[in-house]
Design a protein around this ligand. Structure first.
Ligand code: F6P
Length: 742
């Protein structure tokens, strides 16, 4: 109420003030105008008077001047001034005015010029005009004309009154409207915000959800519900931490990893190095969007760095990346959370062409993946690979210049030479490299012309990690075949000169915790049915399969589509009932092998759909393009099955993400035996993706698997992922690094 009254008073004072100033201006202009009109009129009338009553030699025909003649000409009074003792009043009522005019008349005669001015006398206002007469043979005399100016004040008073009334009404109207607007658009929403904040304070997410927000408060509402969510999560974390402390259960959470890191690192720095950055800024119309690239390495590493903080050095590859960094090429991420620093490195077109597309992805990638695409090794690509590795090593060395015993975690096949370069400059640094892709057998690796340099570069690290023991063994055998070194099989390490490198498996995982199992809905809405999701794409079917891959020849996408075709052919009952959704993110498409793969996959989906489709249904829905985690989630949640058909894959985190998304423990995972994940996820239907018959049968088995069996398998896999989540992966690597004697 107080706010209303003071607001009205403020508005009235403000509007009144404005009204006063405007009216004052208007009055002053009006007064000037009316005065000028009266003065001009008086002068004109005095001319007329002279024509009528003054002779050529300035003699005044006093006898002829009557009251009525004076009034006809337009004066309220006329007097003739000869000298102080002789003033002839030629019309009424000049007598009462004359006493006030004498000085002014003498002044006009002294200056020998006609003049006029306004006077107030006896409660009356008038304009007096003195016209000086200069008779040649006698002293100056003058005629004094009086015109009533009282009407000017009346007009001006009238204007004041009307303006005041008008402004007063306006002020009232504006106050009423403002009050109404404030009540409806500000006070009411503010009250709602207060309710939300209260609900947020008590972590009552439900209460916030129950009240649909006003449109313009949507961003604030989002923030508040986010805070409520976080408070609720923080409470859950605190409870969970307390429970863990009492039970000493080995479950890893971001908080536990963060605590562990504090103990391991003490005040030491952690630097992560990768080619792919965790966040890309890209232009989208006039806006800049921040997207997470499709990358298993990013999926795994990001939650760890987010939990522990530190510095992440990576190539800036978004077209708006340069606009978002500071003068040191750094930006705080994740957006709005600012948990760690991302330092972007800028590669030239040539460097990107030869180091990334060339040596990394036309050489090492096919070399390490047994997918029957020949590796290509060019000297120029190798030279650029060395150059970029040196550039990254320098960047790391610069960042750790003043830091004692820093921890450096190098990611992947793009930086095989970095560990040695860093160790040569900083022997106190603990350096680990995690190889996110498979390591082939020594014969396969042996075709690389620069195998020795690559192995030597890698063995500069204190710790080398692979997804599986099988890849570790392949690596150790490759070293044995290629280098003068000692492989110590007892503890899986390599000794070159005085330096030891530990080679260990660390099966990578995802950020899935016991909290996600215990609180599966996490405040989110109910799961859509497959039919709901497919309907949005104009397809009628009750069962849905899902596949999510980068479009890469190693992912077995053609084999997957052939298996779907074969399944429908063998099981025509599923025509109109089962559709497979394949989400495919184009990747490395400047390379011919990749652009060919994209077109081949599209063509194959079209061919199969054309062959088998019926009205309102098709067997395959191919969604090409980058999709965010939030966009993919509903597909995972509702799909009856997920197919991972990699021809060769280090781990494959899509398999784990699908399992993690199945909060109702339904659904079946069909998983390639050539993906590292198949060694952990025993609840999956394991297939050989090259065997189309086997894969198509697996689709039928999955769709017809009894509900309780699905639940049993899914629960088992979910428990396993919680136990071996990415936080435990990170903790294992960091503990191992810390345990190595430098
Ligand atoms: O997950 C394996 C991996 O090689 C990552 O290391 C890499 O980031 C990802 O595939 C995607 O590849 P790219 O970064 O070339 O798009």
């Amino acid at each position: 109420m107080r706010i209303n009254v003071s607001l009205i008073v403020a508005i009235i004072v403000a509007v009144g003030g404005v009204a006063f100033i405007f009216t004052a201006f208007q009055i002053s202009a009006e007064r000037d105008k009316l005065n000028k009109e009266l003065e001009a009129k008086t002068i004109r009338a005095s001319d007329h008077f002279f024509n009528e009553f003054v002779t050529k030699n300035d003699s005044i025909l006093i006898d002829e001047i009557t009251d009525s003649a004076v009034q006809t000409i337009g004066f309220d009074g006329v007097a003739v001034y000869l000298n102080n003792d002789s003033i002839i009043q030629v019309s009424e009522p000049t007598g009462e005015y004359l006493a006030h005019s004498k000085d002014y008349i003498r002044q006009a005669i002294a200056s020998d010029s006609s003049m006029g001015k306004y006077l107030k006398a006896d409660g009356k206002s008038f304009y007096q005009y003195i016209r000086v007469l200069g008779k040649k043979d006698s002293p100056h005399s003058a005629v004094v004309f009086y015109s009533d100016s009282g009407y000017i004040n009346n007009i001006l008073n009238d204007i004041w009154l009307r303006s005041f009334l008008r402004w007063f009404l306006q002020a009232m109207l504006i106050s009423a409207m403002t009050l109404l607007i404030i009540r409806r658009s500000i006070l009411k929403p503010i009250n709602k915000v207060v309710e939300w904040v209260k609900a947020a304070r008590f972590g009552n997410v439900e209460k916030i959800k129950a009240k649909p927000p006003t449109e313009f408060l949507q961003p604030l509402y989002k923030e508040i519900s986010g805070i409520a969510q976080e408070i609720q999560e923080a409470k859950a974390i605190a409870q969970e931490e307390a429970r863990l402390r009492t039970t000493a259960e080995a479950v890893w959470t971001p908080e536990r990893l963060s605590e562990e890191m504090k103990q391991i690192l003490e005040d030491k720095t952690m630097v992560v190095v990768s080619n792919r950055e965790p966040y890309m800024h890209v232009k989208s119309g006039n806006e800049i969007e921040c997207i997470v690239p499709a990358s298993g390495m990013v999926t795994a590493m990001e939650p760890i760095v987010k939990a522990c903080g530190g510095l992440w050095i990576a190539s800036g590859s978004g077209d708006a990346d340069k606009e978002m960094v500071d003068e040191n090429d750094k930006v705080q991420v994740p957006p709005y959370e600012n948990k760690y620093t991302l330092r972007r490195i800028w590669l030239t077109k040539e460097q990107e062409h030869h180091y990334y597309y060339g040596f990394s992805n036309e050489g090492l990638w096919p070399l390490c993946h047994i997918a029957h695409t020949r590796p290509v090794f060019r000297k120029i690509d190798w030279d650029y690979y060395k150059e970029v590795n040196e550039m990254y090593a320098k960047a790391v060395i610069k960042e750790i210049k003043d830091k004692d015993e820093p921890f450096v975690l190098v990611q992947d096949y793009h930086f095989a030479l970095v560990p040695k370069l860093i160790k040569e400059a900083r022997s106190d640094a603990r350096v680990a490299l995690f190889w996110h892709i498979p390591w082939p057998n020594p014969e396969s690796f042996g075709i690389c012309p620069w195998k020795k340099e690559i192995l030597t570069g890698l063995l500069g690290a204190d710790l080398l990690g692979f997804h599986t023991q099988y890849h570790c063994n392949n690596f150790l055998e490759t070293v044995n075949h290629t280098l003068e070194s000692r492989v110590i099989w007892e503890n899986f390490s390599v000794k070159i000169a005085n330096h030891f490198t530990l080679v260990k498996p660390f099966p990578i995982s995802i950020a899935f915790t016991s909290r996600d199992i215990e609180n599966p809905s996490n405040g989110k809405d109910v799961v859509n049915t497959p039919a709901d999701i497919l309907k949005k794409h104009g397809i009628n079917a009750q069962y849905m399969g899902i596949g999510v891959d980068r479009i890469d020849y190693t992912k077995g996408l053609l084999e997957k589509f052939l298996a779907i075709e074969r399944f429908i052919e063998k099981n025509p009952d599923y025509v109109g009932k089962f559709t497979f959704v394949q989400i495919g993110a184009p990747s490395r498409s400047l390379l011919k092998t990749y652009s060919d793969t994209i077109s081949a996959v599209e063509q194959e989906a079209n061919r199969i759909n054309f062959k088998l489709k019926v009205k309102g249904w098709q067997p395959i829905l191919f969604l090409k393009g980058h999709h965010s985690h939030e966009q993919i989630q509903p597909y995972y949640e509702s799909a009856n099955l997920c197919m991972v058909t990699s021809l060769h894959d280090g781990m494959n985190l899509v398999a784990k993400e699908y399992v993690a998304s199945k909060k109702n423990n339904d659904g079946v995972l069909i998983l390639s035996q050539f993906a590292g994940a198949s060694q952990e996820l025993h609840g999956a239907l394991i297939i050989n993706p090259y065997d189309i018959e086997e894969s198509s049968d697996a689709i039928l088995t999955a769709l017809e698997m009894p509900e309780d069996l699905q639940q049993q398998k899914m629960k088992m896999m979910r428990r396993l992922i919680v136990k071996h989540n990415v936080y435990s992966w990170g903790a294992n690597i960091l503990r191992t690094m810390a345990s190595i004697e430098n």
